[in-house]
Design a protein around this ligand. Sequence first.
Ligand code: NAD
Ligand code: UPG
Length: 645
Amino acid sequence: MEGPSIENDAPPLLIDFSFTPPETPQRKVQQYVEPAIKEATNRQNGLGVEHELQWCMGAPDEEFRTSTKINTPTLTPFKRICIIGAGYVGAPTGAVIAYETNFDVAVVDYNAQRIAAWNSADLPIYESGLDHIVKSTRDGISKHADGVTTRSNLVFTTDVEGSIDAADIIFIAVNTPTKTQGRGKGYAADLRFVEEATRTIAKVAKADKIVVEKSTVPVKTAESVRMILMANAHPGVRFEVLSNPEYLAEGQAVADLLDPDRILIGSLPTPEGLKAADTLVEVYSQWVERSKIITMNLWSSELAKLAANAMLAQRISNVNALSAICEKTGASVDEVAYACGLDHRIGKGMLKAGPGFGGSCFRKDILSLVYLSETLGLPEVANYWRGVVDINEYQKDRFTKRVISCLFNTLTNKKIAVLGFTFKKNTADIRESPAITMVTNFLSEGAQVAVYDPRARKQQILVDLHQARDDTVALENNLMICGDAYRACDGADAVVVLTEWDEFSNVDLPTPEVQTADPVALRRSTVLDPNANNFVPEGTKHKEEELCAVSAFLSALKVRNVKVGSPHITSDEEGLEGSRVRVPVTPAQTVPQWRIDWVRIARGMRKPMFVFDGRNILDHGKLQRLGFRVEVIGKASLTEANVQC
Ligand SMILES: NC(=O)c1ccc[n+]([C@@H]2O[C@H](COP(=O)([O-])OP(=O)(O)OC[C@H]3O[C@@H](n4cnc5c(N)ncnc54)[C@H](O)[C@@H]3O)[C@@H](O)[C@H]2O)c1
Ligand SMILES: O=c1ccn([C@@H]2O[C@H](COP(=O)(O)OP(=O)(O)O[C@H]3O[C@H](CO)[C@@H](O)[C@H](O)[C@H]3O)[C@@H](O)[C@H]2O)c(=O)[nH]1
């Protein structure tokens, strides 16, 4: 399984991975220590100045330590970090490490196109806030309030070997897709990229290295990694292998990396293993609370990643299974989920019914767990987890059948407008999106399908649909990928909403009102995005408390370039050129920048006109008043004439 194509033909920018000489002590004092002392003295959270200094400084050298007379026994010497794999995980992880520390970070990939895109102005992955973080670390522009230019400490390069050789710590963040052939086909994780990266490390490393498994892998992979490294090591070179799984969710990757729920570090219980774990703890503790950094044994850490994904996906399959019961009984799945979520033992997250979970992780990781269980001789356990994936397939199938059934049991020559193709909102990623299955199904039924998605790349939609189609599906004649929703819906018999993009909603907006910042809520609701719903255009006047909210939000994100009373925040999209202020708001107060006009859509559609709300995000009463027949996931049919739906 490949990641999305990178639409950038620029040649790779070759960057020499050599290190800038350490900054002068004088400069470090100005840049880090003075603001840190100010920050630390102002804070009421009990953390001492020394902690703040450590947090801010990254890694002072010996000269710096003596000249400033700070007793900092645990401060880290400069470390060089190499991240193999410039994908959804490797590149944002590298950028955040570079942003939060003074380490030199090289993100490497043998895909020259992908590296060229990371070196361009138009980054290959859309994540809110990533532009600012990549550009400030890659290009060395200011990330601090005083406008002091920082050195660039992030490079993207195809020089995989040179960067590995130069690094002290190497993260393996390559893809681990499901095997498509051989033993375990369709279930087991394909570890060939991990193995290849490991062999390259062993081949080029001429000094001791810490190798960190960042990719999601089956339990005991670290043993194979270790064996390959030791068998191929240069004489005298030693490796320590750590497991450090990534938990970021796309669409909120930067916020998750800056403020993770936890950082797991698994090691062997040997003195060398524990020492290596301590080194990685030091890296993370420069911006993550120490209490959130958990060390444990290697195998627990590897399994904990698969386990978390399996449990999260299981919750979605739970609620999707309940949605089928709701549709038959008149219960509303949102109400049922809400009632369950209020029980603190259950909790509210991951309980939204939908057309089935997608994304590059859940399916492959559960299948990997199924395979693991089978190889361990645990068929019952394997079947249990397989059920989560089965319900997910059932959900997509069920929703397709509902559309066909409501449209009088035939889609032949009918036009279906599909709104949303990404696997969830706020990402351009379409890997494993339920839309792929559903659009393929509609095309197999003889429908004309028009797709509109605000961010998915047209070329990638075509590639994925080509891969998914069976022989009967005629993509060329019956599929249209549209640049706006109106064109997609024009002349359509039905609109099927498959992604919860804010712009599709017709729900009344609450009156915007800015609250005192709750960093946790804020980090989830907005991440420095000029395209975000809460973006406030240049020139807008702001009240003092709004600026306080901005400041608190940014400091929650560890972005230290704003002062209350001085409304200058660097736009993440425009680097230093833009000086704009964004006012963070809580999710309930989110105001979409732009929304589609359902009246205009209704005007253009064939009658009777249907809306299938696969995400339960629309105001169904309003749509009915416009004359739509409305079908909602997890709710009985709202259309009198279609009691069988
Ligand atoms: N995408 C997510 O949200 C997410 C979150 C947490 C964990 N993960 C896990 O992280 C890993 C990476 O996922 P991703 O989504 O970033 O994958 P991706 O496909 O976006 O990126 C992987 C990159 O690794 C490169 N690569 C592969 N082998 C290489 C080698 N030997 N040398 C140099 N480059 C090499 C590929 O060219 C590709 O660009 C997977 O194991 C995944 O399960 C992903
Ligand atoms: O209540 C919910 C929540 C999510 N989804 C769907 O579930 C899928 C996955 O969503 P999400 O978990 O938000 O996105 P991912 O980026 O796939 O992140 C998951 O997979 C990553 C890769 O392993 C992990 O790192 C993250 O912790 C884990 O949340 C998407 O299709 C969502 O639409 C629902 O249907 N209902």
